[in-house]
Ligand binder design. Sequence first.
Ligand SMILES: Cc1ncc(C[n+]2csc(CCOP(=O)(O)OP(=O)(O)O)c2C)c(N)n1
Length: 635
Amino acid sequence: MVDMNNYKVLKQIDNPSRMRDMDIKTLRELCQDIRNYMVDVISEVGGHFGGGLGTVELTVALHKAFKTPDDLIVWDTGHQAYPHKIITGRKEQLPTIRQLNGISGFLKRSESEYDTFGAGHASTSISAALGMAVAQKYNNTSNKVVAVIGDGAMTGGMAYEAMNNSGVLRSDLVVVLNDNNMSIAPNVWQLSNYFTQMIAHPDYNKFKGYVWDMTGKLDMFGDRLRKIAGRLESGIKSVVTPGMLFEALGFRYFGPVNGHNLHQLVKLFEQVRELSGPILIHTITQKGKGYAPAESHEQRLHASTPFDKLTGKAFKKSGAPPAYTTIFGNALCDIVEKDKKVVGITAAMPDGTGLNILLEKHPKNYIDVGIAEEHAVTFAAGLATQGITPVVAIYSTFIQRAFDQIIHDVALQKLHAVFILDRAGLVGADGPTHHGTFDLGFLRMIPGMVIMAPKDEAELRNMVYTAVYYKQGPVAVRYPRGSALGVEMKEEFEMYPIGKGELIQNGEEVAILAVGSMVDYAEKALSLLKEQGINAGLYNMRFVKPLDSDILDQVASNYAKIVTLEENSIVGGFGSAVAEYLMDKGLKNDLLRIGLPDHFVDHGTQAELHELLKIDPKGITERVAEFLKKHRAEN
Ligand SMILES: Cc1ncc(C[n+]2csc(CCOP(=O)(O)OP(=O)(O)O)c2C)c(N)n1
């Protein structure tokens, strides 16, 4: 375990106020301590990493120049806020990050007064910060508000909606654009090409000092240069500043500035703190800064399980079956191999979704739209109108953003789009912002939607195929994060009949109807129940919509008691669908719905959370046995 005495300056920092008396030299040492501490701890416990290494100077400079916690810093997404956590009273808890009962990997208002706004999903910071800035007026206060947003998060439409509104409202708001030219994967931000061109422009280079000074009316270059700059203002600025777009939206633009130059950042932030109106500071940073393996790593070590400090290589569990993500990626590649009218779409997550495999093998059939889930879905709808089959691979939690697009742009027009929802269910360490626990509920209510959930990787492969060739409307396939079960795979695809499940085992008295990841747990629970003399039946439902009415009718007549099992919120999910079915038909079977509770679930490993929530085989067994006992007593 790491010893805090190894970090001479950091060990003195319990909150940012102590830092405000320190000179730049000591603060530079603090930055080095923060980097070392992050590498030492995260290499042992895992977590988000590259983003935070890139924001060390930004974080220190912001907390030095702004009077936090009265001044409010809003971090976008939150994965880059580890340095912020470290200097705002949570350094001792860093080794617990993302673990059960430990601190969160993202921002959380309940965790610290310095976490002004919860985050985890991208592109929210400017909207939230603008709300806080406007609130100052109603509260008769004048605390400053700063949003820090990455270039990746800037690909999300909400950031532009918020900037547009900021320009109109003209509240005092500082936006720091943390531009490292990376999302998780290389960023697909068209504006960064624009910036690069602008910055490379010879006129811009010649005059950037003047322009930089003049646009912000700062003291840095003295009066004389400012006069010259003033004369050049309209000419040069309109031609060559990278900030033209932001200025058109009503922001005063400063930059680009080196986001690792602590001295310059502190001065700039101190001066900007005294200005009013919307301001945008464009900082150039390097993801993974200061840690060689991250600097040279393709994805800048965005996040990692525990890793070797020297090489940056993750310690991998050997022998685990392939991840569901990989099974999907390979299945789609096999389909695209033969059918070039099928196109994979990702919202900035090629590796996370398995579409990196498609990118490598069939780059023409791969499209990354940026962190823009809403756009991804309507864009897919457009493709579908022209006979292309879009396969939109977005995590369950992130597709929440595109709810209306699925209804209005896809389902209402009966367009055939395939939604591949990885990370459905509890995702583990990323916690409540990332658990995929609502998709069955919010998709099930949409007319014409088909929803499948595979019990294992062989079914996933066939479901991807079934979804692609269903052709009659929107289809979703949802599956969990992590390794598959290791079952035997066939190369040829099988088309599943829509709305048909399968019998796994006949039983007496009680039948368990399970979907997706829960089928495996149910099979294990059957053996445990057997030990207690309970002989339960089991069905793998495969489809949450349409439900298999044949199975439901049979089960309702053959079993007095029915248990539904899903890794989704119990509210409105699969169990609710079964309850509605039984009620509508006037069937009076006793029903137990097992799923995720109606509250947000914290972080922890998937196994810990399953156990805690009693949806692991042991918990399921206990709940089924209790249910039988209770109803036997009642009858
Ligand atoms: C709505 C949404 N989609 C996808 C993600 C997954 N995600 C987390 S961080 C990230 C990249 C963010 O890039 P950037 O804002 O540039 O920050 P950096 O890591 O480069 O500092 C993505 C795509 C997310 N958090 N939220």
